[in-house]
Design a protein around this ligand. Structure first.
Ligand SMILES: *Cc1c(COP(=O)(O)O)cnc(C)c1O
Length: 425
């Protein structure tokens, strides 16, 4: 396979952009080699700058739930673009998208549009702090909530109250307000909540940024009960799970309502768009109706609104979820069986159309167990699959995404390639 153009572009890019990319995980650091530069995409396939075709399981990290270059989304965005790119004033499209979100999602009565998942989370945290008059927040080890200062934190060794930032440049005093608990561990959460100074607990209802880790039975409802008991708000970060598990996201799927919910990825149909929402009583604290300042020059951008609305409207077709769940189940089962047949220690976690194949471990239920995965073997598998025109996430700790455009044939081909790869050692 010729990948000369990508290589040349990457050489140019590294001269003028940090690491040659605009988001770190794109750089293939965890798997070796140069990233592919993508020219176009269609359905379940992406095409690199040299014209090579790949079955895509990254799907732009989640937004592309209908498949690439979906005609309804493309046409809606183009119609909107013909009327102007941005007005900095209210539009009908914003009202329609907000109404659509509210009609899908239980418990959400009001929403505010922003431009990314990071912004949605950042704003939700500010809102929770304002509502409760408290400062500290609890997050879970291995959950990703975007790159705001306070969320780039995990537990410092043993000392849960003295957290160290994950990133240079995060002020210690900000990191100190973020307390970290272990995913699926309610005992720790209650210990932390007992101090009664916690504004909110933020969680990915299905953790999809450390591979895929499922909430244990009772974990989400337990969080809800604990939060209620201690006057703390519960934030579901549904940037990945929103509109993916089902129309109403994890709240509907698990029957647990959070106080504030954050969205991104799917909600924009591939355009930069995020949102946060919740009950009126909470959301009315946001400016200009309340004292919590949060603004955005391009927020509610008409093209993003049109693309998002077209995507959400398409999700009214129930076949979408039936199809993507079924294909993902087939993929997950196949991976599991093939790995087993070849005597490879592994585990496959799946929820709906999200799945992850972990090498070298038999159980992935929290950050500690996931960290034991064999990342070298993953890198080898990634490169082998890429060579066979299957595009996976360039890291063990990411989900695979199935879109409505994927076919049985895509899955079969993927599993065949995987089987051959393992047979060849
Ligand atoms: C991707 C992601 C974010 C950040 O969204 P961006 O649009 O990349 O800023 C936040 N939370 C979760 C759960 C995510 O997966």
């Amino acid at each position: 396979m010729k990948i000369e153009t990508s290589k040349k572009l990457f050489e140019r890019a590294t001269q003028i952009m940090p690491g040659g990319v605009n988001s770190p995980v794109r750089a293939f650091k965890a798997v070796g080699g140069n990233p592919l530069f993508i020219d176009r995409a269609e359905g379940s396939k992406i095409y690199d700058a040299d014209g090579n075709e790949y079955i895509d399981y990254v799907c732009s990290w989640g937004p592309i739930i209908l498949g690439h270059n979906n005609a309804a989304i493309r046409e809606a965005a183009m119609r909107a673009a013909q009327k102007g790119m941005s007005f900095g004033a209210p539009t009908e499209a914003e009202v329609k998208l907000a109404e659509k979100i509210i009609s899908y999602v239980p418990g959400v009565e009001m929403v505010r549009m922003v431009n990314s998942g990071t912004e949605a989370v950042m704003s939700a945290l500010r809102l929770a702090r304002a509502y409760t008059g408290r400062q500290k927040v609890i997050k879970f080890e291995g959950c990703y909530h975007g790159h705001a200062d306070s969320m780039l934190v995990k537990a410092g060794s043993g000392a849960l109250t003295l957290c160290e930032p994950d990133s240079a440049g995060v002020p210690e005093n900000i990191a100190a307000d973020t307390l970290v608990a272990s995913y699926n561990d309610l005992v720790r959460v209650e210990e932390l909540l007992k101090k009664k100074n916690i504004a909110c607990v933020i969680v990915e209802p299905v953790a999809a940024n450390m591979g895929v880790v499922l909430p244990k039975e009772g974990f989400l409802s337990g969080l809800k009960e604990l939060c209620r008991a201690y006057g703390t708000l519960l934030i579901f970060d549904e940037v990945i799970t929103g509109f993916r598990l089902c129309k109403g996201g994890a709240q509907e799927y698990y029957g647990v309502l959070a106080d504030i919910v954050t969205y991104g990825k799917i909600i924009g149909g591939g355009m930069p768009l995020g949102a946060y929402g919740g009950k009126k009583e909470i959301m009315e604290l946001v400016a200009p109706s309340g004292p919590v300042y949060q603004a955005g020059t391009l927020s509610g951008n008409p093209i993003a609104m049109a693309a998002g609305l077209a995507q959400l409207e398409a999700l009214e077709n129930r076949d979408v979820y039936a199809h993507i769940d079924k294909l993902c189940e087939k993929l997950a089962k196949g991976f599991s069986e093939i790995a087993q047949n070849h005597g490879i220690k592994s585990c496959v976690n799946r929820m709906g159309s999200l799945c992850c194949l972990f090498f070298g471990i038999e159980n992935a239920c929290d950050y500690k167990s996931v960290k034991k995965a064999d990342t070298e073997l993953y890198a080898k598998y990634f490169r082998g699959m890429l060579n066979e025109n299957i595009y996976l996430a360039p890291s063990q700790f990411e989900a695979m995404f199935i879109s409505y455009a994927h076919t049985e044939k895509d899955i079969e081909k993927t599993l065949d390639k995987f089987s051959i790869l393992l047979s060849n050692g």
